[in-house]
Design a protein around this ligand. Structure first.
Ligand SMILES: C[S@@+](CC[C@H](N)C(=O)[O-])C[C@H]1O[C@@H](n2cnc3c(N)ncnc32)[C@H](O)[C@@H]1O
Length: 276
């Protein structure tokens, strides 16, 4: 086996043990690019094999995790989920005059939980709502908590029923390209959300059984083996109330949960009973 292959195998095994992420075959180019980034992020000038050994021994683990996670996201990604939240879920809570408690389990740089919060506010200016938003990557969580985003004026990121100017303040900054603006999320949205770090691969989650009315777990399961996806889904499912809604990403599968849920839309599942 070549030295390079050994390095790649080591990366895969460290990544799995720290995050549960399983890198599939043909990820060599990606691994090589991320190793370069890891050296820059750690400012490590020595041998890469030594750096990986130090990570295995417990140093630079934050930098390793933050380098190897893939954080692609945008506001109102798969917007039909937010549409469903607005038209099917929120009216029930308004009728009951109840706070809605939501969980965003792979929040990345924050666009997803802020989209959840905007959906609530677009539906009602007074409805009580709280969102717990977690991710394993501390860099993206910092960006999320800052709530400042660079935007192209021509961006079509927001659906027609959202008025972004209600939720963002424009910020002045030099060095923006001609068609770019910088926007900052308003305090009303921020106050709805609690950000925190959490590893979905942890055995126990820091939440109560039936804590949430809505769980978003989108575009993160794809990074895990089927076996680990099932484990994650079951742990998340425990936190969801009976009658609560689980949203998963477009290419993701509810696996065993299919027997405990009713499908009400594209990758939208309502919990009908607890497991076992
Ligand atoms: C591709 S992004 C998806 C973001 C958002 N949910 C969306 O659909 O746009 C995947 C996110 O999952 C996070 N992630 C990966 N492994 C994780 C783990 N073990 N625990 C928690 N978050 C994880 C990454 O840090 C990344 O921010």
């Amino acid at each position: 086996m070549s030295n390079t292959q050994q390095l790649y195998d080591k990366v895969k095994s460290i990544l799995y043990s720290l995050t549960g992420i399983t890198l599939t075959e043909n990820k060599e180019v990606m691994i090589a690019n991320r190793l370069d980034k890891l050296k820059r992020n750690t400012k490590y000038t020595g041998d890469i094999g030594e750096l990986l050994q130090r990570i295995e021994d417990g140093e630079f683990t934050k930098e390793f995790i933050n380098t190897f996670t893939t954080n692609k996201t945008h506001f109102f990604r798969e917007d039909f989920h937010f549409e469903d939240l607005k038209t099917r879920v929120l009216p029930e809570f308004e009728k009951l005059n109840k706070e809605i408690k939501m969980y965003c389990s792979a929040a990345s740089t924050g666009e997803e939980p802020y989209s959840m919060a905007m959906t609530v506010r677009e539906f009602s200016s007074t409805m009580k709502a709280s969102i717990v938003a977690t991710d394993i990557d501390t860099d993206v969580l910092q960006t999320a908590a800052n709530g400042i985003y660079r935007f192209q004026k021509s961006s079509k990121e927001f659906p027609d029923w959202i008025k972004p100017q209600k939720y963002f303040k424009r910020r002045i900054q030099k060095n923006l390209a001609g068609d770019e603006i910088l926007i900052k999320v308003n305090d009303d949205l921020k106050n709805m959300i609690t950000f925190g770090q959490m590893n979905l691969n942890d055995t126990v989650y820091p939440f109560e059984t039936h804590q949430f009315d809505v769980v978003f777990c989108r575009n993160v399961l794809i990074y895990f083996s089927i076996e680990d996806q099932n484990k994650i889904l079951q742990k998340l499912f425990r936190t969801l109330k009976i009658g609560g809604t689980l949203y998963i990403g477009h290419s993701e599968n509810p696996h065993d949960l299919i027997n405990y849920t009713k499908r009400v839309g594209q990758n939208i599942f309502v919990k009908v009973k607890d497991i076992g």
